[in-house]
Design a protein around this ligand. Structure first.
Ligand SMILES: Cc1ncc(COP(=O)(O)O)c(C=O)c1O
Length: 405
């Protein structure tokens, strides 16, 4: 009989495994750091009397979503994809906002069924049951209305998304199509309600200089204000303006306009976010997501080590990872399954003190971009007690991983 060589993916690093004994590569969450980040954002939103609706696209893990509801001040979640929404609702989560457009009738039929399922739940871990979605065209509203009516679903909140300079989705801001969309929503009040405006600027999150972020978001706020005034002038109240991410949320929060924040990355804070020059008004966030990797070869040159994590272990769309706690080492892409560590002989002119890691030595990488890095892994191990001396407390299943539809 053939031997069974299948290794359970979830058992590679079971609870109780010491950090120093991690099997690699492994996606690792520093639980203490993540919980501190979670509390800092919850406190900030509550102090500013704003709704906090973290983006689920960042981690795609329903256990983390439940933690955000229980302890992180979340009222519900933003999702970008219907598959993410379905995973959340499948896990019993009753407050979902698709912060994106859906126009394909097959997907709209799924969305209508999802809305029915949420409203049938009545209660759940979120404070209220709610389903909302973005529209940026009158035709989009008509398509949504048709799907909701066909499924016998009602009560969906519709947000008009305006393009505030990102040049992605969103209609023209101001007195024009945004008002027409709001009117179309009101005309279908048997199945939907007008929820307000989404004004999100993704690129602004990653402007390095605080002044640059401030300048961009001040334009965003102006455009959203003009649009709100135009819709109100048409006799339609605008109950909410929603948006913001981890790089600019303090600006939207203090604009006097936004009622809801949508950040996601603050929870684990990736290398790219740490490259932003911090705004003094922003709470401090720590890296909490790492790829644990080990040296598998020292190659053929001195001062070099090859680790077992390449770009199948961490996303590189925002650049290469850094090596945590080892500014004397640089990371270079070695391909799908390899990463190359090189020793800098000097740091700021002084001789680098530490040698290159030895065979099988463990190092932690800080990924450039957290969202697509989560999406590469089935599971993440939660370490309690720090990266050096901690112990695996639990395994998170990234259950909406791959839900790119
Ligand atoms: C619509 C929307 N809102 C909020 C966010 C959250 O941004 P971040 O994870 O950078 O905080 C994103 C991320 O891309 C987004 O697309």
């Amino acid at each position: 009989m053939a031997a069974h060589y299948t290794l359970s993916r979830r058992d590679r690093n079971p609870a109780g495994t010491k950090a120093s004994a991690l099997d690699t590569p492994a996606l690792v969450i520093d639980l203490d750091a993540m919980e501190r980040n979670l509390c800092r954002m919850a406190r900030y939103a509550s102090q500013h009397k704003l709704l906090l609706r973290p983006h689920f696209k960042m981690h795609r893990c329903t256990d983390i979503a439940k933690l955000l509801l229980a302890e992180g001040g979340a009222v519900g979640f933003c999702v970008q994809k219907l598959g993410e929404a379905e995973t959340l609702v499948g896990a019993g989560i009753n407050n979902i906002y698709v912060s994106n457009e859906i126009v394909d009738p097959r997907k709209l039929a799924r969305f209508a069924e999802l809305a029915k399922a949420v409203f049938a739940m009545k209660a759940g871990p979120a404070p209220t049951s709610d389903v909302a979605i973005c529209c940026d065209s009158v035709e989009g509203v008509e398509r949504l209305a048709k799907a909701l009516r066909h499924a016998g679903a009602a009560g969906v909140r519709v947000m008009v998304e305006i393009d505030v300079g990102q040049n992605r989705c969103g209609c023209l801001p101001g007195d024009g199509v945004a008002v027409d969309i709001a009117k179309a929503v009101v005309a279908h009040s048997d199945v939907m309600t007008f929820g307000g405006i989404q004004a999100y600027h993704g690129a602004a999150q990653h402007h390095r200089a605080p002044e640059q972020r401030r300048e961009t978001i001040s334009k965003v706020v102006d455009l959203a204000k003009q649009t709100k005034a135009a819709i109100e002038a048409a006799g339609i109240p605008v109950p909410l303006v929603t948006g913001a991410g981890s790089g600019t949320f303090t600006l939207e929060a203090t604009s006097g306009l936004y009622g809801e924040l949508q950040p996601g990355s603050y929870l684990v804070y990736d290398r790219d976010y740490a490259d932003n020059v911090a705004d003094e008004s922003q709470p401090h966030f720590e890296h909490a997501l790492f790829v644990a990797t080990r040296v598998m070869s020292t190659g053929s040159k001195l001062n070099m080590a090859v680790v077992d994590a390449g770009h199948k272990s961490h996303a590189v769309d925002s650049g290469q990872p850094t090596v945590y706690g080892r500014s004397d080492l640089s990371f270079r892409n070695g391909g799908d399954e390899h990463g190359i560590l090189e020793h800098r002989h000097t740091i700021d002119g002084a001789e680098a003190p530490l040698p290159v890691p030895l065979l099988n030595e463990l190092v932690y990488l800080v990924p450039g971009h957290c969202d697509p890095t989560f999406n590469l892994h089935d599971t993440a191990v939660g370490l309690r007690g720090g990266l050096d001396h901690g112990v695996v407390e639990k395994t998170f299943v990234i259950d909406a991983r791959g839900c790119c539809y």
